[in-house]
Design a protein around this ligand. Structure first.
Ligand code: SF4
Length: 327
């Protein structure tokens, strides 16, 4: 992994202006993605991790969504503000996205082959034969059996695992340098999950690709991540190398997530969870958004929002207990 930042996100705020009020889904996110690293964005549903990922390519509906503040710097260009035509050239070619649900990401009226070829022809100067050969090679790499048959199939003719791998093949068709994978294993069984994780690990190893991996599952973070950023209430509350996050978590929310990891030695069938609910992004608690659920809450937490601060060069946390935690 190289320490050079490929993508820098600064104070990103993505809000949704609805009739019922303003949903502050992403509310001040900062991070840098390094060349060749896998950065995991971790948190419960509704904490802002998927909207952060969609914001990087402005893939949310606008209106009602809008990036109201912040920058997304890629190769000197601010993706939060650049003209949409320019962003379309970057989408798929430089930065590609794999979604949670392949069924809704693939077009039902075109074959898999046509969809991959169209993606290639949009960005690369290849003729149809060359694009077809590339599509064949990509599906083969994704360990899809009977590649020539798969190229002629429509999405509904494939199993869920095949569709997911076909979508990954399509996202890799223009050799992007950044891959954003939003919960790519949520809708597949354990066998396909293991295959997808292997594919992503190979991409990182062999292509030096940078990956933003979004998940609520810390066991996947342990498998693939170099660093992890924990998101809560639309902000990063802790960021550090994965080993450090898992062994010396400094934020009470991160500690809660780790305590929810299933214990294989336990006979209990119930999965533990953090008490309370994620905050309503339309009506965020004052001060630290985690304070209504925090077992270490202090008076200051109810009124003052903690800033993300370094407790080590490689480890930052947003919590008023700092600097006494994490040591
Ligand atoms: Fe808990 Fe306070 Fe830290 Fe928030 S700032 S996580 S409420 S101790």
């Amino acid at each position: 992994m190289n320490s050079e930042a490929l993508l820098e996100v600064k104070n990103l705020k993505t809000w949704f202006f609805t009739r019922r009020g303003i949903v502050k889904a992403v509310n001040g996110v900062d991070f840098a993605l390094r060349r060749g690293e896998c950065l995991c964005l971790v948190g419960e549903s509704g904490c802002g991790k998927s909207v952060t990922a969609l914001s990087l390519l402005r893939l949310f509906d606008s209106p009602p969504g809008k990036i109201v503040e912040g920058e997304i710097i890629y190769q000197g260009i601010d993706l939060a503000r650049c003209p949409i035509g320019h962003l379309r050239q970057i989408r798929g070619k430089d930065i590609a996205m794999v979604f949670q649900n392949a069924q809704s990401a693939l077009n039902p009226i075109f074959t898999i082959g046509d969809q991959i070829i169209e993606q290639i022809n949009t960005h690369l100067d290849l003729n149809r034969e060359q694009a077809l050969e590339k599509a064949r090679m990509l599906l083969d790499k994704m360990r899809i059996p009977e590649v020539d048959r798969a190229l002629t199939q429509y999405p509904h003719q494939m199993s869920g695992g095949m569709k997911q791998r076909a979508m990954i093949a399509m996202s890799l068709s223009c050799d992007p340098c950044i891959l954003i994978a939003d919960e790519p294993t949520t809708a597949v069984d354990v066998t396909i999950r293991a295959q997808i994780m292997n594919i992503l690990q190979e991409l990182k190893r062999n292509r030096d690709m940078s990956i933003i991996f979004i998940t609520h599952d810390l066991s996947l973070v342990r498998e693939i991540g170099d660093r992890a950023a924990v998101i809560y209430g639309g902000r990063i509350v802790e960021i550090a190398p994965v080993e450090r996050i898992l062994n010396k978590p400094a934020h009470p929310y991160t500690r809660g997530l780790i305590s929810c990891l299933p214990d294989v030695s336990s006979e209990s069938k119930r999965l533990p969870s953090i008490e309370g609910n994620t905050p309503n992004p339309m009506d965020m608690p004052s001060g630290c958004p985690f304070h209504p659920r925090c077992n270490r809450v202090m008076d200051v937490c109810r009124s003052v929002l903690p800033e993300l601060m370094n407790i080590l060069d490689v480890h930052a946390v947003a919590c008023h207990l700092h600097p006494n935690l994490g040591k």
